[in-house]
Design a binder for this molecule. Structure first.
Ligand SMILES: [Zn+2]
Length: 126
């Protein structure tokens, strides 16, 4: 069972994870799904994996402590927060295409928007 001490440790990691995200010290690795790099304050980089269910990190905290008791380190937390942010920016719905067409094609397809074809003025900006 989880102890208050463990919860406190997790809470501290989460605070630090939010800082890591705010400071841009966690990044997705281009072309590598579920793979991130997190930078600590001393110029070290850790390789972080987070696939939405499971994760790992190469930092000492995860390798020597957190993983042994089924916990996660601040870098995995930061990767999760980053993944959440990205999902929100893409409309907040998981499992849907990340990018919507910008040319109005989606609106035409739904048929919800009635297009006024009289040439009085330019169409409103999308
Ligand atoms: Zn870590």
């Amino acid at each position: 069972m989880i102890t208050v001490r463990q919860l406190e440790a997790l809470n501290q990691r989460l605070e630090k994870a939010r800082e890591i995200v705010a400071q841009g010290r966690v990044l997705r690795i281009f072309g590598q799904e579920h793979t991130y790099v997190a930078l600590n304050g001393q110029g070290n980089a850790y390789l972080v994996r987070w696939d939405g269910q499971d994760g790992s990190c190469t930092c000492p905290d995860f390798v020597e402590r957190a993983s042994k008791v089924g916990m996660i380190c601040k870098h995995i937390m930061a990767a999760q927060l980053l993944a959440e942010q990205a999902a929100k920016q893409n409309g907040g719905r998981q499992g849907e295409p990340a990018v919507r067409p910008k040319n109005g094609a989606d609106r035409k397809a739904t048929g919800r928007r009635i297009v006024d074809v009289t040439p009085r003025q330019a169409p409103p900006p999308a």
